[in-house]
Design a protein around this ligand. Structure first.
Ligand code: SF4
Length: 689
């Protein structure tokens, strides 16, 4: 009937899971998700999606959704009205500000919320409170890549588009389990490899699906992929397989970099990495023969102490061989969460305003002062990684978290939990009662992407629109409304935003990178890749005019590589971790889907056949992995995806046994990104009783 038909609704949205940023239509009837329908108009994915985008929506109707503000009383929470919750929070915030000053606050933005919400959270921190203490999840994953790219070519984002990856002559994937973490990008590569003869090299410590498909699989010792990049770079120079014209026209620092590479002979490289000379030479000649090379990398590179250095080395390799600014070329750090790129782009970083503007730059400060009617805070802010320490030292008294499960995701989860207990006040905006939320004094029920309007930025710097498909569940509210209400209860002078479009307009006015971004230009499946000029011209491929450095040239930057895994006689095993296709990170959202939970029920440890033989392990043997910081217990899965003493543990574990219990305190020194992928441990067989 007409009645029933009118209740069925079709809404364009963007996937809420990974940074590929697939867009599609979602059919709903009331709160019921009927189906996901891909559209050929979708700029990144066309008609492709993966299992998460297609079936991962049950969580929006989970009975475990938070539906009412909750206020702590002793060990329990009681349901409160929004007004009650807002008043209590504002009162405590103003009190803490008066007593301890603005820098006693920390704000954490969500990498799953919209750009407009990231913008408002950093505005709440900088304008309503007056601190630069604001960060997002990128500190845990891709900041090292951003660092490497800003030093060399200038922009902290993918230098081209997913379509460039598809049309490259050669693709090299370093430290990324692309088939499971960024499935639709992997699909593009698989197609190009199979149908168009694209060459594929995979550099990883684990023989995952893409490694199986690769023309050459390079398996360096854990933690030495950066050294291998240096080794192959030197060999390319020695063979004179570099792009002299490109270097002389566009790049500075060649002589110094060449000198820096001098020790990395093929032999020296083999001694450290274990990669045979022959393999390195083969990859080098493949690079030499390829007209265009794209390099993709992810957390297998960045979550190491050498994460920034390896990212620099990758950018340098692309520069040496002239692989920028042409279709099919470029650097592609693959972003994890659907909007981790946007959360940083829109200013939720302690050292960047929206669009990576420097809060110390006088011209920038003037512009914000004119718009916000207030001087920006000057002191450098603290980042997520410094947070637990700052709380324990008594410097941070209040934490305001939007949609991040910091208690579980922090590499040293135990320390984070102790720290939360010391806070004077803590607010969490969430869709579920996460571990982190359980430490809060007030929990505010938020709305996921299907229940609001806004925009996301995917891994290729593409800004895309999401449209509201259904009303917020019960009493939950979109984060942009909550943040605005908070500002008004704090007495901050903000304009009244009636729609996220107005928030974007303000951000665009203040940020040259987004100068031409308007909702009109983002209508439906239209999208814009930053930087966006005032007239709406966007940038699918970067650096075609010049590099984004003051002199317009890219810089080859020498680096310091520690280049070693930290195993020793006691902790003799190297533990790697990563994602499974069916789950997303720690699984808070995907575990809500009955179908997905059924396919991959639990946790396991991948062990190489050699190690299994040596230790007399069978499939299913229960083992305990003990690291310097904790332990976890899980059954063994024997597989040749891993080799020697390198083990692999999936990230998708709920509650006890979470892999973060054993990851340690090592960090990438340039960015503080935790060295999650660098855990050492010993193994005990658990008595089967
Ligand atoms: Fe979503 Fe990523 Fe899958 Fe696309 S590839 S549907 S963005 S999880």
């Amino acid at each position: 009937s007409a009645m029933r038909k009118s209740r069925i609704k079709r809404t364009k949205t963007v996937c809420t899971y990974c940074g590929v940023g697939c867009s599609f239509d979602i059919w709903t009837k009331g709160r019921q998700v009927l189906k996901v329908e891909p559209s050929p108009e979708a700029p990144t994915n066309g008609i492709s999606t993966c299992i998460k985008g297609k079936f991962g929506w049950d969580f929006v109707n989970s009975p475990q959704r938070l539906t009412q503000p909750l206020i702590r009383r002793g060990d329990a929470f009681y349901e409160a009205t929004w007004e009650e919750a807002y008043r209590l929070i504002a009162e405590r915030m103003l009190q803490i500000k008066k007593q301890h000053g603005p820098d006693s606050f920390m704000f954490i933005a969500s990498s799953k919320a919209t750009n407009e919400e990231a913008y408002l959270l950093q505005k709440l921190a900088r304008h309503a409170i007056g601190t630069n203490n604001v960060d997002n999840d990128s500190t845990y994953c891709q900041d090292p890549a951003t660092y490497g790219l800003r030093q060399t070519v200038g922009f902290g984002g993918d230098s081209g588009s997913v379509s460039d990856i598809a049309q490259a002559d050669m693709v090299m994937i370093v430290g990324s389990n692309t088939a499971e973490s960024h499935p639709v990008v992997a699909t593009r590569v698989k197609r190009a490899h199979k149908l168009h003869g694209q060459k594929l090299v995979v550099v990883d410590i684990r023989r995952h699906e893409m490694a199986e498909r690769a023309d050459i699989f390079v398996q360096p010792n854990p933690g030495t992929d950066g050294v291998w990049i240096l080794g192959i770079s030197k060999y390319l120079i020695d063979q004179d397989w570099i792009d002299h014209d490109f270097l002389s026209q566009w790049v500075t620092g060649f002589e110094d970099y060449k000198e820096f590479l001098a020790p990395y002979s093929l032999e020296h490289t083999r001694t450290i990495t274990g990669v045979p000379e022959q393999t390195t030479m083969q990859v080098a000649s493949m690079i030499h023969e390829a007209h265009s090379l794209s390099i993709l990398w992810a957390m297998g590179v960045t979550q190491h102490r050498d994460g920034s250095e390896t990212s620099l080395a990758i950018a340098n390799l692309l520069l040496l061989t002239g692989n920028f600014a042409r279709p099919g070329t470029g650097a592609y750090p693959l972003r994890g969460h659907n909007n981790v790129q946007g959360a940083s782009d829109f200013g939720a970083k302690p050292h960047y305003l929206p669009g990576y503007q420097d809060p110390a730059d006088p011209e920038v400060r003037e512009r914000f002062k004119a718009a916000w009617g207030k001087e920006l805070p000057k002191t450098r802010g603290i980042n997520n990684q410094e947070l637990a320490g700052a709380i324990l030292q008594g410097r941070i008294k209040m934490v305001y978290i939007v949609g991040e499960d910091t208690g579980l995701v922090d590499a040293n989860a135990e320390e984070a939990r102790q720290a939360f207990e010391q806070l004077e006040f803590m607010v969490v905006q969430e869709i579920f009662l996460t571990k982190t939320a359980q430490y809060a004094d007030v929990i505010l029920p938020a709305s996921p992407s299907l229940e609001k309007d806004g925009t996301f930025v995917n891994t290729e710097r593409r800004i895309q629109r999401i449209y509201q498909a259904m009303e917020p569940l019960a009493n939950s509210r979109p984060d942009w409304i909550i943040l605005q209400d908070m500002a008004s209860h704090l007495g901050a002078q903000w304009p009244t935003y009636t729609h996220p479009e107005e928030i974007m307009a303000e951000a665009a006015r203040l940020t040259p990178l987004f100068a031409g971004v308007t909702y009109e230009r983002l209508e439906g499946y239209r999208s814009l890749q930053w930087p966006v000029l005032e007239d709406g011209t966007d940038s699918p491929l970067l650096y075609t005019q010049s590099f984004h450095q003051p002199d317009g040239k890219a810089h080859l930057v020498a680096l310091t590589m520690s280049g070693m895994s930290q195993v020793d006689a006691k902790y003799d095993l190297h533990i790697n971790n990563g994602q499974l296709l069916e789950h997303f990170h720690e699984g808070n959202m995907t575990y809500q889907s009955a179908g997905i939970r059924h396919v991959v029920p639990g946790m396991f440890v991948e062990v190489s056949p050699e190690l299994a033989h040596e230790r007399n392990l069978q499939d299913g043997t229960m083992v305990r992995l003990v690291s310097p910081t904790g332990s976890l217990t899980a059954p063994v899965l024997i597989t040749d995806r891993v080799s020697g003493k390198a083990l692999y543990v999936p990230m998708n574990s709920l509650g006890e046994g979470a892999v973060n219990n054993i990851t340690g305190t090592g960090i990438d020194t340039r960015t503080s990104t935790p060295a999650y992928k660098e855990t050492r441990a010993y193994m005990e067989v658990v008595d089967p009783q």
